[in-house]
Design a protein around this ligand. Structure first.
Ligand code: LIP
Length: 271
């Protein structure tokens, strides 16, 4: 049985996150600025990985080994596994954007203790935004408190619906059509973490995706919840290894968006 982290141990990690993300952001931004030399590979259709993804994750692992040697790391590019003190990183979320010089990308880092996220940071250096959240202590954007939107009318809403080849495109198109028929405006930015952060900041009224990976979502979903958004039970079943469907909405629009998206509140339990 693991010993629960003390408030002081969580605080030390929370205080360290911003500095670590800043250093990682400076490294990523150097690659981003040199698009002509950026080495980009394809993991599958519309699934990109660049040398920056790998370099940022390598540096993050060095940061954690130095600062918190007893903690574990799970990353999109190098894998890893769960203990009770687990860092989850997507080194570049929105890689397709990053690889084309589009500024909508970020570094997403979550910290999980006893199976649930306690801390999260979304650092987007190209757009000058850093989102932070700590369970029970709210969420901020560039140090200022943020809250989910109060929107009540779906015909005034903006909903982001993430897409990937991990799920049938037909299901995606049908869900998007249902939202448009209700009067919502539907968009997609290509970064699930930034999309969830927009819900936390009250700039959009929902983020939905039929499947998303743990490293994309762990930090941003905690931030959205701490900002007062309604979220589905993403952190259930085998979420860490297999991901889950995801939904985060402005509280007044939860039912109508959940219904139209086709995303159940409780994702499928572990297989
Ligand atoms: C992205 C996710 C997004 C999904 C994209 C892609 P990546 O992560 O943030 O939610 O729709 O297909 O998976 O690959 O840029 O780290």
């Amino acid at each position: 049985m693991s010993i629960p982290l003390s408030d002081r141990e969580l605080s030390l990690r929370f205080l360290a996150m911003s500095g670590m993300a800043q250093e990682l952001g400076e490294l990523a931004s150097r690659y981003f600025a040199d698009q002509g030399s950026l080495n980009t590979q394809m993991k599958g259709a519309q699934d990109f990985v660049t040398e920056a993804d790998h370099a940022v994750e390598v540096l993050f692992r060095k940061q954690i080994a130095a600062a918190f040697p007893d903690d574990s790391v799970m990353g999109e590019e190098m894998g890893g596994g769960g203990t009770d003190r687990l860092w989850i990183i997507d080194p570049i979320d929105g890689t397709a954007n990053f690889a084309r010089g589009d500024r909508q990308w970020c570094i997403s880092i979550g910290f999980v203790a006893a199976g649930r996220p306690e801390l999260g940071i979304i650092h987007a250096p190209s757009i000058g935004e850093t989102y932070l959240g700590r369970r029970g202590q709210g969420a901020t954007l560039n140090g200022k408190p943020i809250r989910a939107a109060e929107t009540r009318d779906i015909r005034r809403s903006v909903v982001e619906f993430g897409w990937s080849t991990r799920m049938p495109t037909r299901l995606y198109i049908e869900a998007v059509e249902r939202l448009y028929e209700l009067g919502a405006h539907v968009k997609r930015s290509g970064s699930g973490a930034l999309g969830l952060a927009q819900v936390a900041a009250g700039r959009t009224d929902g983020y939905a995706e039929l499947h998303i990976n743990s490293w994309d979502a762990a930090a941003a979903l905690l931030i959205a919840e701490e900002a007062g958004a309604r979220i589905n039970e993403f952190f259930s079943g085998d979420w860490l290894e297999k991901g889950n469907p995801i939904l985060a909405t402005a509280p007044n629009l939860w039912e109508v968006i959940r219904e139209a998206s086709g995303i159940a509140n409780a994702p499928p339990s572990a297989n």
